[in-house]
Each structure stands twice: as structure tokens, then as C-alpha cells.
Write a new protein. Structure first.
Length: 213
């Protein structure tokens, strides 16, 4: 397994953080799955710099921002010698996610979660922030500003710092992405409601990731 900068992902996996990375803290904490599925729990997902995969038939969001940022990691990146990775950050104030799949592979274990399969009851997120290395799909933006100073972005409603002053940023009032595929380092949300959630663990079955590649 390698990160987006070509460095192997070394180190022992913290299983609590492994579980949280795919939105399922109940794997190690117990009793939290129901709260998360009902949208009663804030979520913050990361796995020591290791990426996880996410797909969705469709993501419909309001309040979109995008910029780049350095994310701290426990791993030393061989290409730079630094303990951080540079990620493309996407912030969305509210999002409906249809037929969500999220998976993370750690050694021979693949943990996969699915939600929002019912088109009338998608997965829902508020104040969603994703740090990623890859994103693909058919995207439609409404009222988009491209090339805006990243430090001035505000469409996602977040008061936290965005990109550096003078760095590239863009934002839109609305975004729709069809056939979404992404590799992400981290995800955070004030609320992440996983409607119709299904969780499965696979041993030695890399084909069970949400997509290959």
C-alpha cells in the first residue's frame, strides 16, 4: 500500500482509529453504531496517514469549497522527509450521499460499510470536510468562483481556517457529483447519518474494497 506521494504506508494500525476511519466506531467502542446511523453523533475519521476509498452513485451538496492543505501523519514521507501529506480539501455544508460505500484495507483485512441504498433515504452529512488525494466523477457546480483566494472561502459555512493567503481556491453554492470515486486521508463531519447501514469485515479479499485501483 502506498500513499499519493509514492511512499509505502508503514506502521502498526491503531484498530480504534481504523474503525473510526470508516464511520464505525462501534467495532471497538460498542454501542455507538445506532447513534451514528441515526445522525446523533459527530464523526472524525483518519487512519495514520493511510488512505481509504469511497464511492457513491451521487453526491448532492450545498455550500462547497475546495483548496489544498497539509495534513499531519504519523508516517514519515520518504519523498519529503516530512510527517505530513498535502491533500485536496473539500468542504460541503450539507450533503446527501446516495448508495455510499466506504472501505479501508489494513494488511489482509478489508472493512467495508455501505449506506444510503434507498434512493428516498440517502446518507446525510453536515459540515463535511474531506482531505483526499484523488477524486473522479461527473461534477456539476452552480454559481462557482474559480481561483478565489483560499483564505477567503466561506461557502461551506465553516469559520475554521481554509487555505493559505494567496493560494488557489474555489467555491460554489451547490455541487452534484455523479459516479463519485475518491481516495481520502481524512473525513470529518458535525453529523454523519448512515441510513440503512451495512458493515462487513473481509479477510484476505482485496476485491471487497469499494473499487480497485
Amino acid at each position: 500500500m502506498s500513499d499519493a506521494q509514492g511512499d509505502p504506508a508503514y506502521g502498526r494500525t491503531d484498530w480504534r482509529r481504523f474503525a473510526v476511519a470508516v464511520g464505525v466506531p462501534a467495532v471497538v467502542a460498542g454501542g455507538l453504531v445506532v447513534a451514528l446511523a441515526n445522525g446523533a453523533l459527530a464523526a472524525s475519521f483518519s487512519v495514520s496517514g493511510t488512505q481509504f476509498k469511497l464511492t457513491a452513485d451521487r453526491l448532492v451538496g450545498e455550500g462547497f469549497t475546495q483548496y489544498s492543505k497539509k495534513l499531519p501523519t504519523e508516517q514519515v514521507q520518504k519523498s519529503t522527509g516530512e510527517r505530513y501529506v498535502v491533500a485536496a480539501m473539500s468542504g460541503i455544508r450539507t450533503a446527501d450521499i446516495y448508495k455510499l460505500c466506504q472501505s479501508v484495507a489494513a494488511g489482509p483485512v478489508v472493512l467495508r460499510i455501505e449506506a444510503g441504498a434507498d434512493p428516498d433515504h440517502p446518507a446525510e452529512a453536515e459540515n463535511l470536510l474531506i482531505g483526499m488525494s484523488e477524486l473522479s466523477g461527473d461534477a456539476t457546480f452552480e454559481n462557482i468562483d474559480i481561483g478565489q483566494d483560499a483564505s477567503t472561502l466561506d461557502a461551506d459555512g465553516s469559520e475554521d481556517e481554509h487555505g493559505d493567503v494567496g493560494s488557489f481556491g474555489q467555491q460554489a453554492t451547490d455541487v452534484t457529483i455523479v459516479g463519485l470515486k475518491q481516495k481520502a486521508y481524512m473525513t470529518s463531519a458535525s453529523t454523519f447519518k448512515l441510513t440503512g447501514m451495512s458493515l462487513k469485515l473481509y479477510l484476505g479479499e482485496s476485491g471487497k474494497e469499494c473499487y480497485q485501483g
